[in-house]
Structures are given as structure tokens and as C-alpha cells.
Design a protein around this ligand. Structure first.
Ligand code: NAD
Length: 472
């Protein structure tokens, strides 16, 4: 298979897709290794995960360099690798305490004479299927807590961004005790992985998530889905308009908006709409694309060309239906890379594609509201429910509105905080996901199976207790 360089448009990297037999062999090898891994106990596994983090840290340069080529972004790649290492260290330090806090009993049952002990064991083989937007973080975000729980882990990164796997395989060679392996390829490899594993975590689009859920249902294994979003941000009349514009801009355009938790709809109170939009446009004009110098500017090319075409289609649809482009608006093809400057749209209406479908680009459609009730209703008028944000004059005011938003995580006085905070448990709503939270303690405990040890401390019932003719 070939991978494309998003800065040049050239397919300049070749890699071998895993065959069905190779995937089965990897899965069998991991299954063989898993009992010894689980038997190490939480402290033993945490020690090895810390070594994994150290080896990854020592290879940061190599990993970030390949990631920079695949994603067309330098600073974000370094931050991403640091984030992935932080995720390993966080689970390695939290894991042992979390195991110690599990309720094992014995405790009295409501059934007289019986007490209950709970034993925990990991699903033997965990599988992850990851997207291209944050290839390193999202390939490991669920695999690491699964490993901490005692599972072996088989990971399929996106075929659009495969380059980081080479340096990661070198890292894994330094930690041979860690039962983690990668398989490479597209949809067929994803389906083959589901056939092999006992638990699957999928991060990607809602459309593919449905196919993964169907395959997992046929196999009767749990599937956790982390899918798309159309995150709203509400800005109330008491918010400082310039401050709010800065927060909205960053939350929407970081990583060229190719983040699930990007702010994709803005609702601003009419009292501050004018200074807010002026500040937003002024801020957008100060943002540079990273072309021609990849080491200057803020936002890079689109990673995946069909995404750029989809974003342009949404902008064109909005304009055709009466929206006004206040900045940006046109995808530029520069030396084979496709770039879009921050695009601010006003005069948008709920029927426009840009208000209904996930955009995954640096586009900010702004809606002006008069009543907060109306803003909340419009923010909730979506099939998605990933996350949302509220900016107000005070944290108290923002907090008073939070529960009314129909989404899994609400950022208050900031935007897109789920990209920076790994320990806030949240469950996506609507078509944004399914299953227990990957953040917070359930991120690990979901991979443990409870086995009940039901102890009879009195006398077992004799068969005569069931003899006919003695009722009443
Ligand atoms: P995608 O759904 O196209 O692909 C994701 C992965 O699924 C890839 O590895 C792909 O090879 C694999 N795949 C494709 N078809 C498959 C099939 N039939 N069976 C099994 N696997 C299959 O997603 P993408 O375009 O790579 O990523 C962008 C999407 O990911 C956006 O919708 C974004 O919102 C979402 N996302 C969600 C989160 C979250 O935490 N909720 C985080 C990041 C990205």
C-alpha cells in the first residue's frame, strides 16, 4: 500500500498490508503471551509500561518526524507524541491504585447464608482501530489502559497515516515483555482484527463505526465507539467578546480543525455579536497557513484530500443558501498540498450542510441569538453529542447552563478541553459514540470481567425443599 504526503500530494511511502494469515498469527502470539502478562500483576505491568514510555520518549525525534510527514504538521506532532507518552505514564501510575480500590468482597448477599467474592480478569485480547487525524495518540489511547488491565493489545492504525509504526516497532523491540502489536491496512484489515479479538475499541467516523458495531455484534464482543461530532459553543451576553473570539478561534482551527472535539458551530448573544465577530475575523486574519515554510504559521494542509473537498462543498452549500464568508472560504492547492485559511461564516441557517454534517476543517459558522433558551435548543439540534462549550462572564454562569447541553463533555470558560484532559469521565451521546468512557477510571475497568465467587456458608438446600405438595 502507499501513503500520500499531505504537503506534496506525492505517494512517497510504501508499506505492506497485513495478510489474513499474518493477522491471525499476531493474534495467536499475543494470546499466548497474555496470561504471563496478566500474571505480572498491576505493579509488574505498570513497571513495564513505564519502560515503554521511557523508550518512546527516547525515540520522540524519530516518531515525531514520521508523524510530521504523515500529518503535515510539526508542532502538533511533537505535542501529540508527548501526549501519548503522558497517557502511558498516567495509566501506569493510576492502574495499581485502581486495582487496589476494586471491590472484591467478601460481602454478605441478600440471600441468607451466602457471601460474595468478586474476581477480576482481563479480556484476553483487546483490539483497536484508529483514524488518521491523531494517529499516534488515537492508536494507543485505549490500548494502554487495556494493557494496564492485563489484556494483550492488537492495534490497527489508519492506512492514511502509517509511517509512525516503523519507529514504534523499534520502541517495542526494547520492551519485549509488552504484548502489543500493530497490523497494517484498510477496512479489510479492520474487519479481520474484529474477527480475532475479544473486545474492540473504534475511533473514527460514525459511518464506519456502524460497520464495526455490526461486525462486533455478529461476533458477540463488546464494541466501544468514539465517533464524529458537531460541537457547539454558546457565548453569552456577559462574556468578554475579544476573549471569547480568541477561545473560539483556537478551539475550532487547531490541527486544521481535523479533531473530533473541534468547535463546529458558534452561538453568540446579539448583545455582543458585533464586537465578537469583528474580533473573530481580526484573529482569523492573523492566522497563517504553514506554506511555504513548514516551520512558520499555525495550520497545515488537510491530511486526507477527500476531506478538503467535503469542507469546500459545505462552504459552497452555505454560500448558495445565503451565508456570508467573512474570512477564508476557499481551499487552496499549493505545491500539491491543500490548505484552508480560517473560514468564518455568518448568516448561516440550520438547514445548511455546514450546520448539520461534521466538517473536520477550520470553519466557524456563527449564529446570533436573542434568547439563551433558543441558543440551547439550536445547540442541541444535532444527531451528534460528543462535546460542547460555554463561554460566559463567570464560571458560575457557564456552569448553570452546562447540564442543559446534550453532549458527553462540556468545556466551561474554554473550548475543546477533552483534547487536553484525560481524566474527565464522559460518555458520548447520539451518534457520537457508544460504550463506557475511555477517560477516567472506566477507561481501564471496562476491560475487566467480573467473576462472582458465590460462597455457601450455611447448609446447601436439600432436594426435598422442592418436593411437590408442600406449598403454603
Ligand atoms: P474512518 O471511519 O474513515 O476510519 C477509521 C478507521 O477505520 C481506519 O483505521 C480505517 O482503516 C478503519 N476502517 C474503515 N472501514 C472499516 C470497516 N468497514 N471495518 C473496520 N475498520 C474499518 O475515520 P477517519 O476518517 O480515519 O477519522 C476521522 C473521523 O474520526 C471523524 O469522524 C472524527 O470525528 C472521528 N474521530 C473521533 C474521535 C472521538 O474520540 N470521538 C477522535 C478522533 C476522530
Amino acid at each position: 500500500m502507499k501513503a500520500r504526503n499531505p504537503r506534496t500530494g506525492q505517494e512517497d511511502y510504501e508499506f505492506a498490508a497485513s495478510s489474513r494469515d499474518e493477522i491471525a498469527a499476531q493474534a495467536a502470539r499475543l494470546r499466548d503471551a497474555q496470561p504471563a502478562w496478566e500474571a505480572l500483576g498491576p505493579d509488574g505491568r505498570a513497571t513495564i509500561l513505564m519502560r515503554f514510555a521511557d523508550a518512546m520518549e527516547a525515540a520522540t525525534q524519530q516518531i515525531a518526524t514520521t508523524l510530521t510527514i504523515d500529518t503535515g504538521r510539526g508542532a502538533v506532532s511533537w505535542i501529540e507524541v508527548q501526549g501519548a507518552i503522558g497517557n502511558i505514564r498516567r495509566w501506569a501510575s493510576r492502574g495499581p491504585d485502581l486495582f487496589a480500590s476494586l471491590d472484591r468482597g467478601p460481602k454478605a448477599s441478600a440471600t441468607p447464608g451466602v457471601e460474595i467474592v468478586t474476581d477480576y480478569s482481563a479480556f484476553p485480547l483487546f483490539g483497536a482501530i484508529a483514524p488518521w487525524n491523531f494517529p499516534v495518540i488515537l492508536s494507543h489511547i485505549d490500548a494502554v489502559p487495556a494493557l494496564m488491565a492485563g489484556c494483550a493489545a492488537l492495534v490497527k492504525p489508519s492506512e492514511i497515516t502509517p509511517r509512525f509504526v516503523e519507529p514504534m516497532r523499534d520502541v517495542l523491540a526494547q520492551v519485549p515483555e509488552l504484548p502489543l502489536a500493530y497490523v497494517m491496512g484498510g477496512a479489510d484489515v479492520g474487519q479481520a482484527l474484529i474477527e480475532e479479538v475479544d473486545y474492540v475499541c473504534f475511533t473514527g467516523s460514525t459511518a464506519t463505526g456502524r460497520k464495526v458495531a455490526e461486525a462486533a455484534a455478529r461476533k458477540l464482543i463488546p464494541a466501544n465507539l468514539e465517533l464524529g461530532g458537531k460541537d457547539p459553543m454558546i457565548i453569552t451576553a456577559s462574556a468578554d467578546p475579544e476573549w471569547a473570539a480568541g477561545v473560539a478561534l483556537r478551539s475550532s482551527i487547531v490541527a486544521t480543525g481535523q479533531a473530533c472535539q473541534s468547535i463546529e458551530r458558534i452561538y453568540v448573544d446579539s448583545d455582543i455579536a458585533e464586537p465578537f465577530i469583528d474580533a473573530l475575523v481580526a484573529g482569523a486574519e492573523k492566522v497563517d497557513i504553514t506554506h511555504p515554510d513548514p516551520n512558520a504559521g499555525h495550520i497545515g494542509p488537510f491530511i486526507f484530500p477527500p476531506q478538503a473537498a467535503k469542507v469546500q462543498e459545505q462552504i459552497d452549500d452555505a454560500v448558495a443558501k445565503g451565508a456570508e464568508v467573512r474570512s477564508g472560504g476557499t481551499v487552496e492547492d499549493l505545491d500539491g498540498g491543500q490548505y484552508l485559511r480560517p473560514t468564518i461564516l455568518t448568516g448561516v441557517t440550520p438547514d445548511m450542510l455546514v450546520m448539520r454534517e461534521e466538517t473536520f476543517g477550520p470553519v466557524l459558522p456563527v449564529t446570533i441569538y436573542d434568547e439563551i433558551e433558543n441558543a440551547i435548543a439550536q445547540a442541541n439540534d444535532t444527531e451528534y453529542g460528543l462535546s460542547a462549550a460555554i463561554l460566559a462572564g463567570s464560571l458560575e454562569e457557564a456552569a448553570s447552563l452546562a447540564s442543559r447541553l446534550d453532549a458527553g463533555a462540556i468545556s466551561l470558560q474554554d473550548g475543546a478541553l477533552t483534547s487536553m484532559v484525560g481524566d474527565a469521565a464522559n460518555q458520548s451521546r447520539g451518534t457520537s459514540g457508544l460504550g463506557p468512557s475511555r477517560m477516567g477510571d472506566t477507561g481501564m475497568t471496562r476491560f475487566l470481567r467480573e467473576q462472582a465467587h458465590i460462597r455457601q456458608t450455611g447448609q446447601p438446600l436439600p432436594i426435598d425443599a422442592y418436593r411437590e405438595g408442600q406449598a403454603g
